[in-house]
Design a protein around this ligand. Structure first.
Ligand SMILES: CC(C)(COP(=O)(O)OP(=O)(O)OC[C@H]1O[C@@H](n2cnc3c(N)ncnc32)[C@H](O)[C@@H]1OP(=O)(O)O)[C@@H](O)C(=O)NCCC(=O)NCCS
Length: 184
């Protein structure tokens, strides 16, 4: 695991603010779930947060774990800084914490938001936590009165998002992409 880099101090939000004395950072816990990997006798929980106290190397490890291509960290840092909302999921055992889920959304702050980079560590998949992470980010966007929430689903996860109420191509609308090598 990479060293803790306190790159993003908490920004905005109405979440419950909690002082994290172990790390000396301010965290905003917005929800909790039972830890499906908790061992008997060890207090362990899953928390959802929307502060940006994110170790970029830890995030890179999480993305590596699901086989995503690496992206330049300076660009990842910029993308996080300029996102409207970032919701992360953590396994917490005493002072130990580990990021096990990540998601973020960009927005025009009024009508539209698009969710990006939804990921759950493989050790924690298939236990309802991806659904909980998505419910958290959608709830936070709804709290900001954003009503048009979109995302781009990889083919193998279309059903996952459908199960959460997302509709592919509503009324025949197609997502369209322009790439640098496109002809126009
Ligand atoms: C996609 C991902 C976030 C799902 O997280 P998860 O924690 O495994 O999902 P959950 O356990 O919360 O599943 C919730 C529901 O979706 C279903 N589901 C999960 N992944 C699914 C998939 N790939 N296809 C179809 N259904 C899926 C589950 O069966 C469950 O159904 P239920 O509510 O009827 O029981 C996770 O598998 C992941 O990080 N994958 C790699 C990264 C990725 O592909 N991200 C999406 C990029 S667009």
């Amino acid at each position: 695991m990479g060293f803790w880099k306190n790159l993003f101090n908490g920004t905005g939000g109405t979440a419950i603010a909690t002082a994290d004395s172990a790390l000396g950072v301010s965290t905003q816990v917005i929800g909790e779930a039972a830890n499906p990997r908790a061992k008997a006798g060890i207090e362990s929980r899953i928390t959802f947060r929307k502060d940006r106290n994110i170790d970029l190397y830890e995030l890179e490890e999480l993305c590596d774990a699901v086989g995503w291509s690496r992206r330049p960290l300076r660009k990842v840092k910029k993308a996080i800084e300029h996102s409207f909302l970032v919701v992360t999921m953590w396994e917490v055992r005493g002072n130990y914490r580990r990021m096990v889920g990540f998601s973020r959304a960009t927005s025009d702050h009024a009508f539209n938001a698009t969710i990006w980079d939804v990921v759950i560590h493989p050790d924690f998949q298939s236990r309802g936590l991806g659904k909980a992470l998505m419910q958290n980010i959608v709830r936070e966007l709804r709290r900001e009165d954003i009503s048009n929430i979109t995302l781009f689903a990889d083919p193998q996860v279309v059903k996952f998002y459908q199960g959460l109420g997302f509709k592919p191509d509503p009324e025949g609308i197609k997502g369209m992409f322009w790439y640098p090598n496109s002809r126009y």
